[in-house]
Design a protein around this ligand. Sequence first.
Ligand SMILES: C[S@@+](CC[C@H](N)C(=O)[O-])C[C@H]1O[C@@H](n2cnc3c(N)ncnc32)[C@H](O)[C@@H]1O
Length: 275
Amino acid sequence: MSVSVSDLSIEVPNEEEFDLFRNLIEKELGIHLSSAKRVMLGNRLWKRVMATKSSSYRNYYSFIKQKENSDELAQALELVTTNETFFFRERKHFDFLTNELPDYFSEHKNLKVWSAACSTGEEAYSIAMTLEQANYIHSWSIMASDVNTKVLQKARDGIYLDQRTQNIPTEYRRKFFQQGIDDFSGYIRVKSDIRKKISFFKCNLAADFSHLGLFDVIFLRNILIYFELERKKEILERMVEQMKSGGLLFTGHSESLHGLVKSLKCICPAIYVKQ
Ligand SMILES: C[S@@+](CC[C@H](N)C(=O)[O-])C[C@H]1O[C@@H](n2cnc3c(N)ncnc32)[C@H](O)[C@@H]1O
């Protein structure tokens, strides 16, 4: 089967080929692809099949499995991640940080935050601006990670299209962003003092992350939906190990943790405290 997108004709992997990639993606990233994602997989990978001059998806699969082609494997895996994000997504979480976080953490605390699937950085910067503006936390630091190195580079750059920043309150825009000029007209950039306080790094949640230490607050939003129940539970259990007692976990509003981890108590929609 082939699907035509403008003038580019994209081959769709057959079921056998799809299963090869599906198992590989599940093993490497923990992401589960339902059978309905066969065309989507073709859309994401076909260009690489062509670029590597592979004669089929099966051929491309064999290519990326070879040790010397690990860069191509990394590239293929990055292409299957979905990186949709925006500033102040799920606004209630940021209202909580402004209004209710002080009830959970004392004023002079050095608050350690982890944005655990940060994509292009909007989530981490939204947290940073909120904490900076709220001004009740004496000091804070944010670690922000993703498995995809391309989105991480965008996050580090902190440059965003003006039209993608409507959700940012006007006061924050004025205080925390520079307006681009000349070649960067139409873009805004997060000011360097905020950028410097966030460390962006690669971390695969399907692999070990126990070396990262303990956090007061973890944002794990809009990522659990990609995992099957057992994987989700296993990642959550390891995530809770990285939380201080009394620490908070924020998940996406559509991601229920109901009954998955006993030590997490829901205190607001999609906000949990470690007991
Ligand atoms: C939909 S975005 C969510 C971004 C942000 N947390 C939000 O809620 O707007 C999901 C992110 O998870 C990342 N991701 C997917 N699998 C991952 C894994 N195994 N480890 C770490 N990050 C992963 C993707 O690269 C993507 O950037």
